[in-house]
Ligand binder design. Structure first.
Ligand code: CMP
Length: 224
């Protein structure tokens, strides 16, 4: 029963859409569904790896920390995205930690099953490469942001990156704590609070109920 359920979940994951029924069987045999509460560390930076994960529901952050415990958030992952593949590809320790930001559901795919499929399916291999290339592009953008923009520009870029178009307006729908923004841009929480207040007073952003934010068009001037 669990096998058929796992197979059905895997079939819906775009990364595995090119796999045949027997390949999905093979993958499902090495996979398990997992649910975790908010704040749980799913993979830990520096540790050896046994699985990669598909996020079926919820959001999780990818972060690194230094020896003093200072943290930087590299990315926030949402449903349908995968992680934990890097250390399976190069057999090095986990490159970062992944921590749930809300209750999450995952499919954990074992190392052997994942590697066997990479060899068997050039289409799946290309999908993994596309995911890695997308991440590299985003990392390039982040390097540019950190090197070239002042702190107003960095905050503006995070807000724009996390926003979506809703009824003709750009809206950040999920509450984005200042501490989390600070960890994404290498600034203090106090500095982010000052910048957000400034953006609000100048009419670049408009706070709404439940932590939502409406972004005015002129905000993009900060990143151009
Ligand atoms: P792995 O190194 O196995 O474990 C940590 C995972 O975090 C890594 O695989 C990637 O899946 C993911 N990861 C690492 N760096 C980034 C990044 N810059 N953006 C998004 N995901 C990342």
């Amino acid at each position: 029963m669990a096998h058929e359920e796992n197979k059905a979940f895997l079939r819906r994951v775009p990364l595995f859409s090119s796999l045949s029924e027997s390949q999905l069987d093979q993958l499902a045999a090495g996979s398990a569904r997992r649910s975790y509460p908010k704040g749980r560390t799913i993979v830990s930076e520096g540790e050896p790896s046994q699985s990669m994960y598909i996020l079926l529901a919820g959001r999780a952050k990818v972060q690194r920390s230094d020896s003093e415990g200072k943290e930087v958030i590299l990315a926030v992952l949402g449903s349908g995205e995968f992680f934990g593949e890097m250390s399976l590809v190069d057999d090095a320790p986990r490159s970062a930690s992944v921590i749930t930001l809300e209750p999450c559901e995952f499919m954990a795919v074992g190392k052997d099953a994942f590697k066997a499929m990479l060899v068997q399916s050039p289409e799946m291999c290309m999908s993994v490469m596309r995911g890695l290339v997308r991440r590299l592009r985003e990392a390039d953008k982040k390097i540019e942001t950190l090197a070239l923009l002042d702190v107003y520009g960095r905050v503006a870029r995070v807000l724009l990156d996390f926003s979506e178009q809703v009824n003709g307006e750009r809206v950040v729908k999920n509450k984005l704590p200042r501490q989390e923004i600070a960890k994404m841009i290498g600034a203090s929480r106090e500095m982010v609070s000052r910048v957000m207040k400034g953006l609000e007073v100048e009419g670049y952003i408009v706070p709404m109920p439940e932590g939502r934010l409406v972004l005015r068009e002129k905000l993009s001037a900060y990143i151009s």
